[in-house]
Ligand binder design. Structure first.
Ligand SMILES: Nc1nc2c(ncn2[C@@H]2O[C@H](COP(=O)(O)OP(=O)(O)OP(=O)(O)O)[C@@H](O)[C@H]2O)c(=O)[nH]1
Length: 269
């Protein structure tokens, strides 16, 4: 768990691992800052495999920053949290992402959560901003409420799946299409711009040098699906020739066509 102080990291972990505890934001749930680091275990079943998730709840306060980030090394996944009623917590996500990549590498799985979505009247970070940032990083995004138990279980299950797909790939037979994909996650095709040397690979897009373009869609990414007009594009870990380029002078979005004869410059939606 990573993110600024008071965004709700401990409350999210508690909601997930101790469903009977008083809900965050309730009168009985007074705020106690995490001192140093806390640790919870959550047993989950995953495709008939029993797995114990170790969840490290780090302190968001600045004075614990060095200690908290020292636990990043060796982590297999990150739940990065901001508070939708606290602009500073959202602005600091970039800094937390840098810490994560510096300590845990570029390949580690991260999900971004905009927490406290029950406080709509106090919202200062529009949902679209969270979606856009996550899209730029190529990571899943959810708005959550530890208070009202919105998307908590779902967010952890998505991260767990991403991590376990890497660890247990021979044991996993379920295809990603079987996982529920929220409508908000069906994204228009666009080129993303994460930093890092593997930015293109992380974002599942790769372009060949020739006249035709080759796209990697949804590779290792169960959250996003891509549509070509009405059709859902299949994920593939191998190159797919979508016959994407009609004209070198067109922009990227104009170059994404359906490869059907007679259709010129169709747009991808
Ligand atoms: N309304 C509402 N309040 C929440 C929610 N999640 C957490 N809170 C409240 O926000 C305050 C901070 O929550 P914590 O879970 O302690 O925050 P944290 O990110 O772990 O803070 P640090 O330990 O300092 O890093 C508490 O008063 C919680 O009750 C939520 O989803 N909705």
């Amino acid at each position: 768990m990573a993110g600024e102080s008071c965004v709700g990291k401990t409350s999210i972990v508690r909601r997930y691992t101790e469903p009977g505890s008083p809900p965050a934001g309730a009168a009985a749930a007074s705020y106690l800052a995490t001192i140093g680091i806390d640790f919870k275990v959550k047993p989950v079943m995953f495709n008939d495999t029993r797995v114990k998730l170790q969840i490290w709840d780090t302190a968001g306060q600045e004075r614990f920053h060095t200690l908290s980030t020292s636990y990043f090394r060796g982590a297999q996944g990150f739940v990065l949290v901001y508070d939708i009623t606290d602009l500073k917590s959202f602005q600091s996500i970039t800094m937390w992402m840098e810490d994560i990549h510096e300590k845990a590498g570029d390949e580690v799985d991260v999900i971004l959560l905009g927490n406290k979505c029950d406080k709509e009247s106090e919202r200062v970070v529009p949902k679209q901003k969270g979606e856009k940032l996550a899209w730029e990083y190529g990571i899943p995004f959810f708005e959550t409420s530890a208070k009202d138990n919105v998307n908590i279980e779902h967010a952890f299950s998505i991260l767990t799946k991403e991590i376990l797909e890497k660890c247990l790939s021979p044991l996993i037979t379920q295809s990603w299409e079987e996982w529920p994909v929220p409508q908000s996650a069906v994204q228009p095709f666009r080129r993303t711009s994460t930093g890092g040397k593997d930015g293109q690979e992380r974002n599942h897009l790769r372009f060949s040098k020739g006249k035709w373009r080759v796209l990697h869609l949804g590779k290792n990414n169960p959250i996003y699906q891509h549509r070509l007009q009405a059709d859902l594009l299949e994920s593939s870990s191998v190159e797919q020739d979508l016959q994407a380029l009609e004209n070198n002078k067109l922009s990227i979005s104009q170059q994404c066509p359906c490869g059907q004869e007679g259709q010129r410059n169709p747009e991808m939606h």
